[in-house]
Design a protein around this ligand. Structure first.
Ligand SMILES: Cc1cc2nc3c(=O)[nH]c(=O)nc-3n(C[C@H](O)[C@H](O)[C@H](O)COP(=O)(O)OP(=O)(O)OC[C@H]3O[C@@H](n4cnc5c(N)ncnc54)[C@H](O)[C@@H]3O)c2cc1C
Length: 393
């Protein structure tokens, strides 16, 4: 697309990761005539969060909004091969319904139980397991310190890079303009944005801008003088193998934030920590696996006494330091055509399809019709009123 002075669209999306692409997909499928441009500075996605994600998709949350986002998004991923097909060629994202398992010691039982009741109320297929039943289901697991677990068999994981490429191919086929450039300024003469300026020198006039820049969303928001509590939080994803076999495992969420799942001949996972200093830091600390991850693995499965970390990648969470939840919606009472879809704090991939739909509904129809996401909007940020998950990391 030409991005010279004459270029004009209905919506500019800043950032072409899972979130930006999901917004573009929803806009084009809801309104074929909508002129959409996605501006992505690096189509190789060298540092973007989406390809570095673990790929987990789960409905095990404590807030109705997060459960609803998962309930609406996971079936979309299950149907990706057909939905994202282009010219009859299906998209393979290796979706695997391997299940999710949360395990807790006695101190976590009341909270797990409350969440379990809520999840059941929202139609989640989830089992409550006491330690004996847990051991029967996963015989290799050490359960002596555990008091309960929940196991959701319909959840699982997929290949994040394949999902992103499928979206990219599909939105291009739908007529979305994919602009390889960087947004360096946003023109906001009064209470509305009018255009974005590109690093290469051109600009694009627009009726709406969506900030889908993930961990870089605070930089984009600063272009319209909006201050948001989102910061880049480094997190390692390790690929490790184990010599002795373990029975097929789901995506395990252990105490102390250990999270991992089967991947190929081994496993993929890590131990994210909020104590990490914020910043655009992609350096890998190779001692982290041995010092933190390995002891936690060996504590839970004796087979991991002998394990080897084969690869570690550092990626960024777009961490919302106010409450660990996304900000989805317009910048109310300030700049109504500037939309945020950021702050997913480790859950953006699994919530991308429903988020895309919600933003598209807001832009095209002025309200979210399919889900009630009011409490994930801008207002709580303006009011400094956190709306956090309870006890689920
Ligand atoms: C190690 C790790 C494991 C994770 N595991 C999971 C998981 O299991 N499940 C899950 O749901 N989520 C997981 N996440 C979180 C998930 O990766 C993110 O929430 C999600 O990918 C966010 O997507 P995004 O499109 O907002 O961001 P990104 O994928 O980072 O895309 C943002 C894009 O914006 C572009 N950009 C930024 N600024 C500009 C600009 N000014 N102009 C043009 N382009 C710009 C960037 O180049 C980038 O490509 C994980 C994250 C990490 C780091």
């Amino acid at each position: 697309m030409s991005s010279g002075p004459g270029a004009s669209v209905d919506v500019v999306i800043v950032g072409g990761g899972a979130i930006g692409m999901a917004v573009a997909y929803a806009l084009k499928t809801m309104s074929g005539g909508c002129r959409v441009a996605v501006v992505e500075r690096d189509p190789a996605y060298a540092l973007a969060s989406t390809p570095r994600a673990s790929g987990g998709v789960r409905r095990l949350f404590a807030l109705p909004e997060n459960i609803a986002l998962s309930n609406a998004s996971i079936p979309v991923y299950e149907s990706f091969p057909e939905l994202m097909a282009v010219d009859g060629q299906k998209a393979d994202i290796s979706f695997r319904k391997g299940g999710y398992l949360f395990i807790v010691p006695a101190a976590g039982v009341a909270n797990l139980r409350r969440n379990y009741e809520l999840q059941r109320k929202h139609g989640v297929n989830v089992d409550w397991l006491e330690p004996e039943a847990l051991k029967a289901r996963f015989p290799s697991m050490i359960v002596d310190d555990l008091a309960a677990a929940v196991h959701s068999r319909d959840d699982g994981w997929m290949d994040p890079y394949a999902a992103l490429m499928a979206l990219r191919r599909k939105v291009r086929a739908l007529g979305v303009m994919l602009v390889q450039d960087e947004v360096v300024a946003i023109d906001r003469p009064a209470t509305l944005v009018r255009s974005v300026t590109l690093k290469a020198g051109g600009s694009i006039k627009t009726d709406a801008v969506v900030n889908a820049a993930g961990a870089w969303s605070p930089v984009v928001s600063a272009m319209v003088s909006q201050s948001i509590p989102i910061t880049p939080l480094r997190r390692f994803e390790h690929y490790f193998e184990c010599e002795q076999p373990i029975e097929p495992l789901p995506y395990v969420k252990d105490v102390n934030r250990l999270a991992f799942r089967p991947e190929g001949k081994g496993y993929s996972g890590g131990v994210p920590t909020l104590a990490e200093p914020r910043g655009y830091n992609f350096e890998v600390d190779h001692a982290y696996f041995d010092d933190v991850v390995w002891p936690a693995l060996a504590r839970r499965f004796p087979q991991f006494e002998r394990t080897r970390c084969r690869n570690t990648l550092a990626g960024l969470y777009d961490q919302n330091d106010l409450d660990g939840n996304p900000i989805i919606g317009p910048w109310e009472n300030a700049c109504e055509n500037f939309y945020l879809a950021a702050g997913f704090s480790g859950h953006g991939l699994m919530h991308a399809p429903a988020t895309g739909r919600a933003i598209a509904e807001l832009i095209l129809r002025r309200r979210v019709e399919t889900l009630d996401l009011t409490r994930l909007g801008w207002r709580r940020i303006a009011d400094n009123m956190p709306y956090p998950e309870q006890g689920i990391l």
